[in-house]
Design a protein around this ligand. Structure first.
Ligand SMILES: Cc1cc2nc3c(=O)[nH]c(=O)nc-3n(C[C@H](O)[C@H](O)[C@H](O)COP(=O)(O)OP(=O)(O)OC[C@H]3O[C@@H](n4cnc5c(N)ncnc54)[C@H](O)[C@@H]3O)c2cc1C
Length: 418
């Protein structure tokens, strides 16, 4: 199929948090943007804690989140409190984070105070164990949270979706107020921690807190819970608000044509774009592939060695790690997978390999106009806020590049949006 005559200004590949941030930043800069996405990636599996650096027990989260506020404002489902936040996981681990999904309860204001963990017969939820794990003034609180017995069997996201409904949220607020009224005076909780339950369409913690009269929220849950779905819904609303449609279609090839970038989908459709942002994620998102040498050893004589990690899209980028190009191993047998990843290799190749790029996401050793963002960037920390910041930066840079290209060749297409 032939490419359309008018190139898109900025084409973003991938709609995890990096691609979303790139799209919103490019659209805010006035570019006409299109997004192609292959479906859920790491951002849809994340658990709602927002970090810039990898969180380790005992380490405080630091960094300058100011740059993220535009994108977070458009998503309207995440918060970055001044001074960071303190979250509890469903495994009973207290951890710091720079920010969080707005349905999660920030425990920072409640140090040394009574927080009640609400009892609820749902899989993986043990209010008494959580209250004991934290200790101090924490208590478990009896309350009716399940309205029907079959709600025990719902997955977390399905249970959370029930509370998108106003009437159901009001019912829950009534039950929680009744439960609080039974708490002995003197040990009245300052906040309530509930199982993952507070909405999928939008975070419902604030609405519930207002009805109950004290802060209510969730802990950090397991991957695949409501936080990932809340991200997807927030993303779709933010993209629609920016006038950008997310096409659920995978990109197979990106190549430089005479006048622009030619992008081919797996279905064979071709488009042209003045600038492209690759935000296809790492191994989880599908942007990178672990390609062990065993595969080429199927041949009677192994033809060649190649690096064990490669890009899944055919694109003229340079792969690298540790600040230098990715090299093929010195032996045809290559490195065993356990030597590439944590815990055997604490700073292993699987965490580091990606596309070599500069600070703004410009691909090194590629023709101009090709950018990368998020986990696909070589040596990038694999965290939510890092992906967001790199996406915002690459999207703005791509829009600026498209604008300059348009100004140089006004016959190339219609003017940018105001
Ligand atoms: C279980 C889990 C827990 C985590 N916990 C935390 C945490 O506590 N704190 C924290 O800060 N971070 C956490 N992270 C990390 C954080 O979520 C990721 O670093 C971040 O979401 C990566 O975003 P991304 O946009 O780069 O990639 P992704 O979210 O993976 O997005 C990549 C997108 O590209 C699309 N794509 C891939 N190939 C193609 C193609 N050929 N064509 C079109 N589209 C394509 C995919 O469909 C996907 O939508 C966690 C991650 C996971 C998986």
């Amino acid at each position: 199929m032939s490419a359309p005559r008018t190139p898109i200004e900025v084409l973003v590949v991938g709609a995890g948090i990096a691609g979303t941030a790139a799209t919103l930043a490019a659209a805010k800069a006035g570019a006409r943007v299109r997004v192609f996405d292959g479906g859920p990636g790491a951002s849809s599996l994340a658990t709602g804690a927002i970090d810039l650096h990898h969180w380790r027990a005992g380490a405080a989260s630091t960094g300058d989140p100011l740059l993220a506020r535009d994108v977070l404002g458009a998503l309207a489902a995440f918060v970055l409190p001044e001074g960071g936040s303190t979250l509890l996981t469903t495994a009973g681990v207290m951890r710091t984070a720079l920010g969080h999904d707005a349905a999660l309860l920030d425990l920072s204001p409640f140090a040394g105070r009574c927080v009640a963990v609400v009892r609820c017969a749902r899989p993986g939820w043990d209010a008494d164990a959580l209250a004991t794990a934290v200790g101090g003034a924490w208590i478990a609180l009896e309350a009716r949270v399940l309205r029907h017995v079959d709600e025990r069997a719902l997955v977390d996201a399905g249970f959370a979706a029930l509370h998108d409904d106003e009437a159901r949220l009001a019912w829950l607020a009534d039950r929680l107020r009744e439960a609080l009224a039974t708490a002995p005076t003197g040990s009245r909780p300052a906040a309530l921690l509930l199982p993952p339950s507070l909405g999928v369409d939008r975070p419902r913690a604030l609405a519930l807190s207002q009805r109950v009269g004290i802060p209510c929220g969730e802990p950090v849950a397991m991957p695949g819970g409501p936080s990932g779905l809340r991200f997807e819904r927030a993303r779709d609303r933010a993209l629609a608000g920016a006038g950008v449609e997310r096409a659920l279609e995978r990109i197979a090839r990106i190549e430089r044509s005479e006048r622009a970038w030619r992008v081919t989908t797996t279905a064979g459709t071709q488009l042209e774009a003045l600038a492209v942002v690759l935000a296809t994620g790492g191994l989880l998102g599908g942007g990178l592939e672990y390609a062990p040498l065993g595969r080429i050893l199927d041949a009677p004589v192994p033809p060649r060695a190649h690096p064990p990690i490669r890009l899944t899209i055919d694109a003229p980028v340079s792969m690298g790690a540790y600040g230098r190009p990715l090299e093929a191993p010195g032996t045809l047998f290559g490195a065993a997978p356990e030597h590439l990843a944590w815990p055997s290799a604490p700073d292993g190749l699987l965490e580091r390999a990606g596309v070599l790029a500069d600070e703004e996401g410009r691909c090194l050793r590629a023709p101009p106009g090709l950018y990368v963002a998020g986990e696909i960037v070589a040596d990038a920390t694999h965290t939510w806020l890092r992906a967001l910041l790199s996406g915002a930066s690459a999207g703005a840079a791509a829009a600026a590049f498209a604008r300059v290209t348009c100004a140089r060749s006004p016959d190339r297409g219609p003017p940018s949006r105001p």
